[in-house]
Design a protein around this ligand. Structure first.
Ligand SMILES: [Zn+2]
Length: 370
């Protein structure tokens, strides 16, 4: 064990999961440009950059994450393209200490058949695991801007082509006009066949009732985002008691635009309050390259911006194990290995980050397992 580890190195090395990861949000800029070239699609570099948060200030143009996903689905035309993207996703994640990914993709949006894409992704999962030791699993996700019948068709395709790497279903895209209850039929069908369920609920500052509906009417196993649960203390207390996992995203666009001043944003982001209420939160990247984040940056924000200490980060790591849909044997192995690995790396830190007392979030679940 090397001594004097920098905090950045620590963030890149401690083991972690990312279970809220949109596959297409992880497409590298260079890959988007290469795909456009390959298919003769006119895509000036400035336009490509306008999809990526890292370059939006410089290009003066800003295209939202959903516009990027819509565009990318038209550029991915062969199974090999999906294979390439998934392999690159695994490589990038591996470089920041991520050991396990559950990735969303939207079968209703692809130019290919469900099975063609699924097989390419499964091949990428196998190769990533063999070459990098990173385990990647799949969550077909409903595009809620489309009709609920398309969601049922998605589950039908999953049932027609089952594979153990396909763990469950999710729902994403714009929630404003399409709360989760409209998609009950697809969810019920998936549940009946043993799939796990998750849903983007109460993102974009939308009412907490979407979390409640997700839990009580749809019966989801976890919630993606769910920030406004903090507005309903009773619901939040229940979720804390039951250990409902929330995948939370420090780089979430809505809160960055809500409070463009850094100080307000870092103080008022609901992730802090969710922790203080004892909720089981799992920090995730959501749209890796599009939102200019990664598995290490994610946790830097948790510490340096939101004020979590390293005990809190360790708790988030443990939450990720429990919230994942990985097989129990794998989870048992992580439970016994990861805390020790985290503690060793922490002991090797040159300097532990100092959290100003006025911003300090003390996060340790009462039922912490290790
Ligand atoms: Zn998302």
């Amino acid at each position: 064990m090397q001594s004097r580890l920098s905090f950045t190195e620590f963030l890149h090395r401690f083991p972690k999961v990312d279970i809220h990861y949109h596959l297409l949000g992880g497409v590298r800029l260079t890959t988007m440009l290469a795909l456009a070239r390959q298919y003769g699609v006119s895509l000036p570099e400035a336009e490509a950059r306008s999809y990526y948060r890292a370059y939006q200030a410089e290009t003066g143009e800003r295209r939202g994450g959903i516009a990027a996903l819509n565009f990318l689905y038209t550029l991915l035309r062969r199974p090999e393209d999906y294979y390439r993207v998934a392999r690159e996703v695994a490589e990038d994640a591996h470089a920041t200490g991520i050991r396990y990914i559950e990735t969303f993709w939207n079968p209703s949006d692809v130019c290919l058949s469900y099975q063609d894409v699924n097989q390419a992704l499964i091949r990428a999962c196998d190769d990533a695991e063999r070459e990098l030791g990173l385990v990647m699993r799949l969550i077909p996700s409903i595009n809620r801007e489309k009709a609920p019948e398309e969601a049922v068709a998605m589950v039908d395709a999953m049932l027609e082509h089952p594979h153990p790497y396909v763990l469950g279903i999710g729902i994403d895209y714009k929630e404003q006009q399409a709360p989760v209850e409209g998609f009950w039929k697809a969810y019920r069908l998936a549940r009946r066949h043993g799939y796990r369920l998750t849903a983007h609920c109460s993102e974009f500052g939308l009412h907490w009732r979407n979390v409640e509906t997700g839990l009580d009417l749809i019966g989801v196993d976890r919630i993606d985002h769910g920030y406004t649960v903090i507005d309903n203390p009773e619901l939040a207390a229940r979720c804390a008691r039951q250990g409902v996992p929330f995948t939370v995203v420090p780089s979430n666009t809505y809160y960055l635009s809500q409070w463009p001043e850094r100080e307000t944003w870092r103080r008022r982001h609901p992730i802090r309050k969710m922790a203080e209420l004892g909720l089981t939160i799992v920090p995730c990247t959501d749209d890796w390259h599009m939102h200019n984040t990664n598995g290490a940056e994610l946790y830097r924000v948790m510490v340096e911006e939101f004020g979590f200490d390293l005990d809190g980060i360790r708790q988030c790591m443990l939450n990720g194990i429990e919230a994942s849909w990985a097989p129990e044997t794998l989870k048992a192995r992580w439970r016994s290995a990861w805390p020790a690995e985290f503690d060793q790396l922490r002991a090797a830190l040159a300097v532990e980050p100092v959290i100003p007392p006025e911003r300090h979030v003390r996060y340790r679940l009462p039922c912490a397992i290790a």
